[in-house]
Design a protein around this ligand. Structure first.
Ligand SMILES: NC(=O)c1ccc[n+]([C@@H]2O[C@H](COP(=O)([O-])OP(=O)(O)OC[C@H]3O[C@@H](n4cnc5c(N)ncnc54)[C@H](O)[C@@H]3O)[C@@H](O)[C@H]2O)c1
Length: 253
């Protein structure tokens, strides 16, 4: 098992990419802490992991609230004796619109969930990652939109671009502590987020979105989870400060 002995705190693990990462990490032997603002979804993911024989707890966590993040880190250490792996997957997006017309409150919330949250997880989780014996790392879920912004998605793209910059900055800063920091940049991925943005799910939309991607389909949460597994595992022991685009070649066209 590729994550034996590790304890992973995964934000946004109640749905989509975060959920898939939580389930895969548990199958690979990690203790998993499901942190999500959605009680029902988060409890269900933790229960499903336990039902499959994995080790998981859920803690309701709003990543925009420092006290919530502090508490989930404390619960992680209480439950599993430490923390080796942090995955920042909680995120929200915007409806495509003019950068001038987007509501200020939407921008504030998006920056709080997608970016400021990493301030709290850094402040509260890094002291525990420093105590991990070996193999500590952070995996941030960014977006291809943070590398190549698309029209109508400026503020979302900017929030994810900042996540990529922060990944690099923390990789340098935490290297002396032997904490690796990497990111994944997903292309459009088949999760509730993408269908919410697209105004509903349909096969026609799936195919239309997929046609813009060289490999001919949109991403699956599992594509992202495999990448996160590699980056969190000791197989990536010499990899830090990288942003791995899992995008079916989208950034090439
Ligand atoms: N789906 C895509 O096409 C896509 C593409 C690129 C990047 N991403 C990024 O991947 C990450 C995961 O997105 P997803 O597609 O799985 O979306 P999703 O909506 O399926 O899951 C996001 C999860 O984050 C949780 N969340 C939202 N706000 C929160 C908060 N304040 N505190 C704690 N949890 C909160 C939600 O409850 C939900 O469970 C996000 O950061 C997103 O920006 C997604």
């Amino acid at each position: 098992m590729r994550l034996e002995g590790k304890t992973a705190l995964i934000t946004g693990a109640g749905s989509g990419i975060g959920e898939c990462i939580a389930r895969l990490f548990a199958k690979e032997g990690a203790n998993v802490v499901v942190a999500d603002v959605n009680n029902v979804a988060g409890e269900a993911v933790a229960a499903a992991i336990r039902a499959e024989g994995g080790k998981a707890i859920f803690g309701r966590t709003d990543v925009t609230v420092g006290a919530d993040v502090e508490e989930i880190v404390r619960r992680t250490v209480d439950a599993f004796g430490g923390l080796s792996t942090l995955v920042n997957s909680a995120g929200i997006t915007q409806q495509p619109c003019s950068s001038l017309e987007i509501a200020e409150a939407t921008v504030d919330r998006m920056l709080a969930v997608n970016l400021k949250s990493l301030y709290y997880t850094t402040v509260f989780a890094v002291p525990q990652l420093r105590r991990a014996r070996a193999g500590a790392s952070i995996v941030n879920i960014a977006s291809v939109g943070g590398i190549r912004p698309r029209p109508g998605m400026a503020w979302y793209g900017a929030s994810k671009g900042a996540v990529i910059t922060l990944t690099d900055a923390l990789a340098i800063e935490l290297a002396p502590d032997r904490i690796r920091v990497n990111a994944i940049a997903p292309v459009r991925t088949d999760t509730p987020m993408v269908w919410h943005m697209a105004g509903g799910e349909s096969q026609a939309k799936r195919e239309q979105m997929g046609s813009a991607i060289p490999l001919g389909r949109i991403g699956q949460a599992m594509d992202m989870a495999w990448a996160a597994l590699y980056l969190a595992s000791d197989e990536a022991a010499f990899v830090t400060g990288q942003c791995l685009a899992v995008d079916g070649g989208r950034l090439l066209v």
